[in-house]
Design a binder for this molecule. Structure first.
Ligand code: HEC
Ligand code: HEC
Ligand code: HEC
Ligand code: HEC
Ligand code: HEC
Length: 378
């Protein structure tokens, strides 16, 4: 039996108790049956014993952190708004999931089909199989009895779970849509590429569960394609900043919390700044250089996404496949260098006053792209 490198060598002590519980009374050769432990009562620790590296990646990802660790989430949480359907589907079961992240292993790996006719959001949009682990390939159909006890592979022989191939869901964006894009209604062809190809790339031999995205500089640098043209036309400086978004979702994603800005700077021959389109984070100064989804509540205050608001959202992010050109005509005779930068801010400044006092610091922006053009002397 070959076992992938993603599997750990042994059981960490704390988990042993778990397995003794499962293994006792389990009939080794039986098919999935009602006596099998319900996956919806199985915390991620129970998967960790065999999938150690995946568990490590997941724990550091947004899915592996409890949503309540986010101050902003706690500030915006409304008990009747259904936030937990995506942010904490199993959190009510404190007995089993007290130490788990926002999206424990079994939240995803029990999703069986998308319920196209269902109302709701997040996990409400799926039918769930709480007896059989759902996965991408059925790389291993093993479960109880697949490896006989005494075969020398006691770890696998003790596996209390059946694993089942469900590529229609796990290899397609349908696995993500219920929470990330419920409007797409479980259409596997809604995007040109599956989310997993970029956010769960194969690394070290298996699908990366760290789901790198907007907080990873390397991922952000894979965002927009920037090109800059600048030249003099008489007294005028003519500048064209061209941005193309080849991602299958808006750039930047993660709205209404994440925003993007294009910062344009003119410098003189000594490198002194002559002019900026956005000074000192005054975001209103150049509205066309701001890429944001803004959702407001009925009083006009920023509101969480998918919340109960009657205001239509405002959208200025780059659409999938869109090329947008921002043109500037300026009079700056001593300019020697034009610089364009695209910056992703993990939190738009207008959310700050929702945070408790003493915690109102903006996280640092990430530089997604930069381009410079030297101007010919006059
Ligand atoms: C349909 C699923 C869904 C629902 C319902 C939902 N969210 Fe989210 N939320 C997400 C996803 C997915 C993200 C990750 C970024 C993204 O794609 O927008 C997120 C991100 C966030 C963030 C930014 C990340 C963080 O934790 O700081 C906050 C805050 C947040 N949501 C608050 C809420 C609140 C409060 C509610 C209820 C009023 C809510 N959300 C309802 C899916 C949902
Ligand atoms: C006793 C060991 C063991 C435990 C416990 C275990 N698994 Fe597995 N699992 C395996 C083995 C072995 C494979 C096959 C790996 C391979 O071929 O690379 C596997 C494969 C998988 C796959 C991929 C299946 C596919 O379709 O390719 C998924 C998903 C998975 N496990 C999820 C889980 C989850 C979730 C849990 C916790 C509820 C869990 N496993 C608990 C041993 C285990
Ligand atoms: C049960 C709901 C749920 C499902 C299913 C789900 N997610 Fe998420 N995801 C969330 C929530 C909630 C967050 C925000 C957590 C936070 O930041 O507090 C999130 C955050 C993320 C992030 C943001 C990471 C960052 O840097 O902020 C990425 C990327 C992501 N998910 C990818 C995926 C992919 C890919 C899939 C499908 C394979 C998927 N998710 C399926 C609920 C879900
Ligand atoms: C946000 C949803 C989500 C969560 C949470 C999640 N997985 Fe997965 N997992 C997936 C998807 C989707 C795939 C298939 C990726 C692909 O092949 O495109 C996958 C694949 C796997 C595989 C097969 C990997 C391979 O490349 O052979 C294993 C094993 C696995 N998951 C175990 C786990 C374990 C253990 C946890 C918890 C620590 C976990 N997963 C949490 C969505 C999730
Ligand atoms: C072609 C690669 C690619 C595909 C496919 C893709 N993404 Fe992304 N995604 C990115 C890149 C690059 C970023 C970082 C730039 C940005 O924020 O837009 C990103 C950002 C994100 C973020 C931002 C998280 C945050 O809060 O900062 C989320 C959430 C996300 N993607 C979810 C998804 C989901 C869900 C799918 C499938 C429907 C998907 N992505 C498909 C490349 C991709």
């Amino acid at each position: 039996m070959t076992v992938s490198k993603g599997l750990s060598g042994g059981f960490p002590g704390i988990v042993i108790g778990w397995f003794l519980l499962f293994v006792s009374g389990v009939n080794a050769a039986a098919p999935a049956d009602d006596k099998a432990p319900s996956l919806l009562k199985t915390p991620s620790e129970a998967c960790q014993s065999c999938h150690k590296l995946i568990h490590e990646q997941w724990q550091k990802s947004a899915h592996g952190q409890p949503s309540t660790a986010s101050l902003l989430y706690r500030a915006l949480l409304r008990p009747d708004a259904g936030c937990d359907k995506c942010h904490a589907p199993l959190a009510k079961d404190q007995e089993h999931f007290a130490n788990d992240g926002a999206v424990p292993c079994v939240v995803c790996h029990t999703l069986e089909t998308f319920r196209h006719e269902a109302k709701g959001v997040g996990v409400e949009l799926y039918s769930v199989n709480e007896r059989v682990v759902q996965g991408p390939n059925g790389a291993w159909f093993g479960a109880k009895g697949a490896v006989p006890p005494g075969s020398g592979d006691e770890e696998l022989a003790s596996n209390p779970f059946f694993h089942h191939a469900n590529p229609e869901l796990f290899r397609t964006p349908v696995a993500c849509q219920g929470c990330h894009d419920p409007q797409k209604k479980g259409d596997p062809k809604a995007y040109s590429v599956a989310c997993q190809n970029c956010h769960m790339p194969v690394a070290g031999g298996f699908a990366d569960h760290g789901t790198p995205a907007g907080k990873s500089l390397r991922m952000v640098k894979r965002g927009p394609i920037l090109s800059l043209q600048a030249g003099r036309e008489g007294k005028d400086l003519n500048i064209q900043v061209k941005l193309t978004n080849l991602l299958p979702h808006p750039f930047p994603n993660g709205g209404p919390f994440v925003v993007g800005v294009m910062r344009l700077t003119l410098l003189d021959a000594r490198g002194e700044v002559l002019w900026e389109n956005i000074e000192k984070k005054n975001m209103d100064q150049d509205p066309k250089a701001l890429f944001a989804l803004t959702v407001a509540d009925d009083l006009g205050h920023p509101a969480p996404p998918r919340a109960v608001t009657t205001q239509p959202p405002k959208e200025s992010r780059l659409k999938p496949g869109e090329t947008r050109t921002l043109g500037y005509r300026l009079q700056q005779p001593s300019a020697a260098l034009v610089r364009a930068e695209v910056i992703v801010l993990p939190l738009a400044p207008w959310w700050l006053d929702k945070l408790p006092e003493g915690n109102r610091e903006l996280p640092k922006g990430l530089l997604a792209a930069r381009s410079e053009v030297k101007l010919a002397g006059q």
